[in-house]
Write a protein that binds this ligand. Structure first.
Ligand SMILES: Cc1cc2nc3c(=O)[nH]c(=O)nc-3n(C[C@H](O)[C@H](O)[C@H](O)COP(=O)(O)OP(=O)(O)OC[C@H]3O[C@@H](n4cnc5c(N)ncnc54)[C@H](O)[C@@H]3O)c2cc1C
Length: 387
């Protein structure tokens, strides 16, 4: 998503762009399919929104958020965000295919089946690439590594990686014939067991279902025969069992560590990290795609504003990190209030939740505004019911 979105924007501006993509065909890797509303203006700013919407996007106005079996809010996003945007669902591999072919039609050279094997920073950074059993080197003015959550480019580029504690797991699976309303996502957070379930309509009658749980719960959700356990745990979290009555699995199931993982300054020596390579967000809060598009937009703007790309790279890195840290702060607040278990967490909830229920504006707007939501001390105190 990050590489193609940026490649598209830079090629359109007349720059010479080469995109190296390892996969010849994108497959379902179990990734993000629900982009939060604040990603929509980013996609529009990059000039890819209409193509995405027409090819594979579903605009979803509502999100029903439950705490256990109690409805906290049905939020109408177009009506309650300053940019008037809906939630936006895509089927991830279709979105990838569509974006990379758009980049090509914008003028980028796209090489598929091209696996990057190494990277050297410098005034003219160099990429080592293997394609059809041939290894070659490409020198460039700038290398953007958008190689995802397991990015080896971070190591090749000498970037230090920081990581939150790895105490939660997030599992996803693609289902058909799930009974939820067409125009809403469903999110259920159950603090008494520290679990969450998210059902995200991705079109064609298919639903991406996610389950987040503490690692200590010990669930092993890896293969198709684990679906009954996935459903049982989603029901225990608070989703009505009838939702899954006729459901069947139409894609792989996969589990991931939920911990955020990031580089503090994702630019050095002619190499910029983008998307998950720069900062991998906890998928529990679904910020990754919007943050990836924000990063692509920030980098595009810096590169097109000046010929001094060394300075442009550093300015991008500062802005990207600032945005990520805003999201990171809010994720930590949400995790503490909605997903932490134990006596102390219960005390905080007993104080905060009744106030939130009577004034939903106490919830900092991570989903509508992302990094532009308030994270100051007043916002924190209001969220945790301290004032
Ligand atoms: C279970 C799960 C659920 C998620 N849910 C959400 C959600 O609901 N909402 C949301 O916004 N985000 C979600 N995310 C996050 C979202 O999927 C990512 O933030 C987003 O896909 C990042 O895009 P990217 O372009 O940085 O990386 P990727 O999508 O991982 O793309 C990296 C690309 O680089 C290619 N590549 C990697 N290595 C090489 C190499 N050596 N040579 C050549 N090519 C290479 C890969 O083939 C791939 O095409 C979720 C993530 C997970 C794991």
């Amino acid at each position: 998503m990050g590489g193609s979105a940026l490649g598209c924007a830079l090629a359109r501006a007349g720059l010479q762009v080469v995109i190296l993509e390892r996969e010849r065909h994108f497959r379902d890797r179990v990734r993000g399919e629900g982009m939060h509303a604040w990603g929509v203006p980013e996609a529009k700013a990059l000039g890819i929104y209409e193509q995405l919407r027409e090819a594979c996007g579903l605009e979803v106005p509502y999100w029903d958020i439950y705490i256990g079996d109690r409805l906290l809010t049905r939020r109408d996003f177009p009506a309650t965000t300053p940019h008037g945007s809906p939630l936006f669902s895509v089927h991830h591999p279709v979105m990838q295919e569509m974006l990379i072919s758009t980049a090509k039609s914008c003028g980028a050279e796209v090489r598929r089946g091209a696996a990057v094997r190494g990277l050297r920073g410098g005034v003219r950074p160099v990429v080592t690439v293997e394609q059809d059993s041939w290894t070659s080197e490409i020198e460039a003015r700038l290398v953007v590594a958008a190689d995802g959550r397991n990015s080896p480019a971070r190591k090749w580029g000498g970037f230090d990686v920081r990581r939150d504690s790895d105490d939660r797991v997030f599992t996803g699976v693609l289902l058909a014939d799930v009974e939820i309303s067409e125009d809403a996502w469903l999110g259920v957070m159950n603090p008494s067991i520290g679990q969450e379930a998210v059902l995200c309509n991705v079109g064609n009658g298919q639903i991406r279902a996610y389950l987040g749980h503490p690692r200590s719960a010990g669930h092993r959700l890896l293969k198709s025969h684990d679906l009954p356990l996935f459903i049982d745990e989603s029901v225990r979290t608070g989703v009505p069992r009838s939702t899954y009555k006729r459901s069947r699995m139409v894609g792989p199931m996969a589990s991931f560590a939920s911990a955020d993982c990031w580089v503090e300054h994702p630019y050095a020596n002619g190499i910029a990290l983008l998307g998950d390579a720069a900062a991998t967000c906890d998928p529990s809060f679904g910020q990754g795609m919007a943050l990836t598009l924000r990063g692509a937009r920030l980098l595009r703007d810096q590169l097109l504003a000046s010929d001094e790309w060394e300075n442009a790279g550093h300015r991008y890195a500062e802005a990207q990190h600032r945005d990520f840290m805003q999201v990171h702060t809010l994720e930590q607040w949400y995790r503490t209030l909605f997903l932490s278990t134990g006596h102390e967490a219960d005390i905080v909830r007993a104080r905060a939740l009744p106030r939130i229920e009577s004034d939903l504006n106490r919830i900092p707007d991570l989903f509508g505004m992302g990094p532009d939501a308030a994270t100051d001390e007043i916002a924190r105190q209001r969220f945790f019911g301290e004032i």
